[in-house]
Design a protein around this ligand. Structure first.
Ligand code: NAP
Length: 313
C-alpha cells in the first residue's frame, strides 16, 4: 500500500486570513500532516505563532519566501483578488467555502488558474463529513421521492462578532446553509434548481438571518429551512425519502441513519481536504464545483425579502 504521507518534498504553504476557521481547523490539520509545511501567514490583525506574519498577500509575496501554495480563509468578499494574486505569483490555491462572493468571480479564478497551469481547489468541507460518501452510494440505485433539509444554528455561538456575515456578500444564514447544499448536491448529483425562496433580513443588515427555500433535483421536491437564531440543540439534518426507505444525515453529515441503523465516525473533514489538495497538486489538476454557490445565487435572485427586527450580538 502506498504511504501517501511519505513525500519527498512537503508543500510549502501560507495561510491567508487568520480567523475562527483557520485556527479551529486549518492550522491543526496542517500541523498534523507531514505533506505540508506552514511557511508564513498573512492577516490584517491576527498572527500565527512560530512563522513570519504579514498584513496581506502583497506583503507576503514581496517577502520572497519559497512557497508552493496558499490556503485562503478570509470571508468571501475580497477572496478573488487574493486568489488572483497568488496565481499570478505561481502558487497553487486552496479556497475555503464559499469559493468566492459571486459566480463570475469563481469562474474568473478558475479560468486564471487553468491558464497559468496552477492547481485550484474550491473546498466544500461538509462533503468530507463521515456519512456523505456512504449516503451517496446508498442513494445511487434508489428512487428519491422527497428531500428535507433543516439547517438551524445559533449565530452567536458559531460566528460571534462576525459582522461581515450579515453584510452584502456575507451570505447571512447561507454561510452555513451552503454547507447543506454542498452535501445535498454531492449525494444527489442530478439537475438542481431553485423555485422560490423567502429571505428574512434583519433591519439595518444586508443578508438574511433565516430562509425557506423550495428547490428541485431532477424534479424531486427539496425543501430547505435555514435559521441562524436557533437556540437549544443545534440541527444540521438532511432527510431523503426514497422508494426503498429513508436516509438521514445528521450533525452536518457526520451521522448517517438508514432505516433506523446509525453509523458515525470521528470528524476528519479538514485532514481529508488537505490530503485531497496534495493529490490535486501532485496530479497538476483542479477541483472546482460551483453548484452550491449557484443555488445560493439563484435563491437571492428569486427570493422574496422580508424585513425582520434588528439583530444585535
Ligand atoms: P472569521 O473568524 O471572521 O475569520 C476571517 C478572518 O479573515 C478574520 O479574522 C480577518 O482577520 C480576516 N479578514 C480579511 N479580510 C476581512 C474582511 N474584509 N472582513 C473580516 N475579516 C477579514 O471568519 P471564519 O469563521 O474563519 O470564516 C472565514 C471563512 O471560512 C468563511 O468563508 C466561512 O464560510 C468559512 N468557514 C467558517 C467556519 C466556521 O465554523 N466559522 C467553518 C467552515 C468554513 P484579520 O482581521 O487578521 O485580517
Amino acid at each position: 500500500m502506498v504511504d501517501e504521507t511519505a513525500s519527498v518534498q512537503p508543500i510549502r504553504l501560507a495561510i491567508i486570513g487568520v480567523g475562527k476557521i483557520a485556527r479551529d481547523q486549518h492550522l491543526p490539520a496542517i500541523a498534523a500532516d507531514p505533506r505540508f509545511e506552514l511557511v508564513a501567514a498573512a492577516s490584517r490583525n491576527a498572527v500565527v505563532d512560530g512563522v513570519p506574519n504579514y498584513h496581506d498577500i502583497a506583503a507576503l509575496l514581496a517577502a520572497g519566501h519559497a512557497l508552493d501554495a496558499v490556503s485562503i480563509c478570509t470571508p468571501p468578499v475580497g477572496r478573488a483578488a487574493i486568489a488572483m494574486a497568488a496565481i499570478d505569483a505561481g502558487l497553487d490555491v486552496m479556497l475555503e467555502k464559499p469559493p468566492a462572493a459571486t459566480l463570475s468571480e469563481i469562474a474568473r479564478i478558475e479560468a486564471h488558474a487553468a491558464a497559468a497551469g496552477r492547481t485550484l481547489f474550491a473546498t466544500w468541507h461538509s462533503r468530507e463529513a463521515a456519512g456523505v460518501a456512504a449516503a451517496r452510494a446508498w442513494l445511487a440505485d434508489r428512487t428519491v421521492e422527497r428531500v428535507t433539509i433543516d439547517w438551524r444554528e445559533d449565530i452567536r455561538r458559531w460566528h460571534p462578532g462576525q459582522d461581515w456575515i450579515l453584510e452584502a456578500g456575507g451570505f447571512g444564514v447561507f454561510d452555513p446553509g451552503i454547507n447543506a447544499l454542498s452535501i445535498a448536491t454531492e449525494i444527489l448529483p442530478g439537475a438542481w434548481s431553485v423555485q422560490s425562496a423567502d429571505l428574512r433580513v434583519p433591519e439595518g443588515r444586508m443578508s438574511p438571518l433565516a430562509a425557506d427555500i423550495l428547490l428541485s433535483c431532477d424534479d424531486v421536491p427539496v425543501t430547505a429551512a435555514f435559521d441562524f437564531l436557533h437556540e437549544g440543540p443545534q440541527q444540521w439534518d438532511i432527510v431523503v425519502d426514497t422508494d426503498a426507505g429513508q436516509l438521514t444525515l445528521r450533525m452536518g453529515g457526520s451521522v448517517l441513519e438508514i432505516d433506523g441503523t446509525v453509523t458515525e465516525a470521528p470528524d476528519a473533514e479538514y485532514p481529508r481536504l488537505y490530503a485531497k489538495f496534495k493529490r490535486l497538486v501532485r496530479a497538476r489538476s483542479s477541483d472546482v464545483d460551483a453548484t452550491p454557490l449557484r443555488l445560493v445565487a439563484d435563491a437571492f435572485l428569486v427570493g422574496q425579502r422580508e424585513t425582520v427586527p434588528a439583530f444585535a450580538w
